[in-house]
Design a protein around this ligand. Sequence first.
Ligand code: SF4
Length: 143
Amino acid sequence: MPIKNELLAQEVGEFTEAEQIFKAPKMYGVVIDNQEVLKHMEENLSGKIIPAAINKSGEFKGSSSVFTIKQFNLVFNYIEKLIKKHFDFIEDGDFRPIPLKFNDYDVCKTCEYRSICGFEEDDEKRAKEYIPEEEFWNALMVE
Ligand code: SF4
C-alpha cells in the first residue's frame, strides 16, 4: 500500500506531494523483494521511505532490507513457534523476566513495568546473540 501520513500531510499542506514524501518518516524493518509491489510504496525505489533501494542495474543495493516470500514464511513460522513455546512456559507457571543485555545499556532502566515485573538488579540477563546470516536461515529451515 502507498505510504501516507495524514498528520504530516496536514502539517506540510503547502508543500508539493514530492516534498511531502521526502519529509515522511522512513520505514524500518524488512520489505518483500518484489519491486513491482514496492513501487506502489515508493515509486523510484530510492530508499528514502522504504528500507530498500535499487542501483542503476535495477538490482537491490546491499544496504536493502529485503526478504523473499520463502524467507518471510520461515520467519513467521519461527515466530509462531516461539509464541506457542512461551504460552507453554506461562501455562507451566514459568514467566520469569530475563531481559536482554545490550553491552552497557540497561533496558530495564526506562521500562514502564519495572515496578511490577519482579526483576532484581542482580538477576540473570540474556546476552544478545549475533548469528551469521547464512547460519540464521539454515537454522530456520530446520526449525
Ligand atoms: S524492567 Fe522487567 S519487564 Fe522491564 S525490561 Fe526489565 S525485566 Fe523486562
